[in-house]
Write a protein that binds this ligand. Structure first.
Ligand code: ADP
Ligand code: ASP
Ligand code: MG
Length: 417
């Protein structure tokens, strides 16, 4: 017998039929003797629809700032519907179940509305439910702040809710049911020859999630890693999975073979900024990045070109695409203070990254990447590296070509498609 959290994403509960199928998956685990808590997302497309309603409601009145607390009050309803419908479907097949909203548990969060972090979960009611064999169906993506207001955890946040619940009730594992049957070497919707990994380390998954693989929310992987909780990513579209199905996200010591590269990801949410002819003297970088930091703008990749002239240099860096306009505005307002001659920018860029703990022990990983891209005539604009990843910024139009090329170059292509 195991204590498990089963998490179901939007496509897994997209219709009443799919919810009924999910209810059968839950029943199978219970019949097998396991203790189950369920965490559920909004039906597919629902969160987007709610966000569009919020945008519509505030439009036309430029004086009204978007109150993130009301945004949260609206968008959190999607998960509440999902939880209620799944509890009903479970009851209908003879499984005792009840729904829980985040505030009812309660799942306590900070008050950064729209991107809140979970601070703690009161587990007593959930444990009581498990003890009387009642399945708790918990609405993901949400909690309650210290002022009693509903707060949401950012897009994809139900993954994080599920891991936090699993930790709070001392679950043996958290199963993330989704529309793919595991973690692949690249997004299988783009790289047809991607293959499923049986296991991936927390560290690699953390890098892949933060570098664009939206299959798991970054914070969920972080939380699982810190608490040593094993995650299993598995499909909800099949019949009840076999114990060996899916991908385990686990400690690197539990993985036998460390490939040089385990996964390739991309992120389109990038924009490049160039500041031309910046004074090449101490303190200039501190001024530029200080101005951006003050505005809460995160800078990701940075290069400073070595200039022939000893007095000037060019500074290139990337920000999120959604921060580009604001970045340009504050940098232009500080042109004299920084002392550059011209500012150019480009939002048609993508960051492509290769990730693998094997990089620590294999040499030549970067060379393979640069050569493969060069052979296809793809120009690299910016490079950044860490111990287990290499990222390059390239023209967005080459995204798919770059992903497929790198996937082959690192020998990751599945034998047959
Ligand atoms: P859910 O609604 O279940 O939370 P998501 O859409 O958030 O599902 O995540 C699943 C999707 O993640 C898949 O459909 C797939 O296209 C995408 N994805 C991106 N990178 C990967 C990867 N490396 N392995 C598997 N899926 C990936
Ligand atoms: N429904 C939310 C979203 O679409 C949370 C989630 O599905 O994880 O982002
Ligand atoms: Mg998701």
């Amino acid at each position: 017998m195991a204590r498990l959290v089963m998490k179901f994403g939007g496509t897994s509960v997209a219709s009443i039929e799919r919810i009924q199928h999910v209810a059968r998956l839950v029943k199978t685990e219970i019949t097998a003797g396991n203790e189950i808590a369920v965490v559920v997302s909004a039906m597919a497309g629902e969160t987007d629809r709610l966000i569009a309603l919020v945008d519509e409601a505030k439009a036309g009145n430029p004086d009204v700032n978007l109150d993130r607390r009301e945004y949260d009050a609206v968008v959190a309803t999607g998960e509440q519907v999902g939880a209620g419908l799944l509890a009903l479907a479970l009851n209908a097949i003879g499984v005792d179940a009840r729904s829980w909203s985040g505030w009812q548990v309660p799942i306590k969060t900070d008050n950064v509305h729209g991107a809140a972090r979970i601070l703690g979960i009161e587990n007593q009611a959930l444990i009581d439910g498990l003890n009387k064999n009642q399945v708790a169906v918990i609405a993901g993506f949400q909690g309650v702040d210290e002022f009693g207001r509903i707060a949401t955890l950012g897009r994809g946040g139900t993954d994080t809710s599920a891991v936090a619940i699993a930790v709070a009730i001392g679950a043996d594992r958290c199963d993330i049911y989704t529309d793919v049957d595991g973690i692949y070497t690249a997004d299988p919707r783009i790289v047809q020859r991607a293959h499923k990994l049986d296991r991936i380390s927390y560290e690699e998954m953390l890098e892949m999630a933060s570098l664009g693989a939206k299959v798991l929310q970054t914070r969920c992987v972080e939380l699982a890693m810190v608490n040593g909780l094993v995650l299993r990513v598995v499909s909800s579209f099949n019949e009840p999975p076999d114990p060996n199905d899916g991908t385990l996200v686990c400690d690197e010591d539990d993985i036998l073979e460390n490939l040089m590269v385990s996964g390739i990801t991309y992120s389109r949410d990038e924009a490049r900024v160039n500041l031309l002819q910046v004074k090449d003297q101490p303190g200039v970088a501190a001024i530029i990045f200080g101005i951006l930091a003050q505005q809460g703008i995160n800078v990701d990749m940075i290069v400073q070109n070595v200039s022939r002239s000893s007095t000037q240099t060019n500074m290139t860096f990337t920000v999120r695409e959604s921060d580009l306009d604001r970045s340009i505005e504050v940098l232009k307002a500080s042109q004299n203070k920084i002392g550059y001659t011209d500012l150019t920018s480009d939002a048609n860029v993508v960051k492509v990254s290769v990730v693998g703990i094997g990089m620590r022990s294999h040499t030549g990983t970067a060379q393979i990447m640069f050569q493969a891209l060069a052979d296809k005539g793809i120009n690299i604009q910016v490079i950044s590296t860490s111990e287990i990843k290499i990222s390059v910024l390239i023209d967005e139009e080459y995204t798919e070509l770059a992903l497929r090329t790198l996937h082959s170059a690192y020998g990751l292509d599945a034998a047959e498609v």
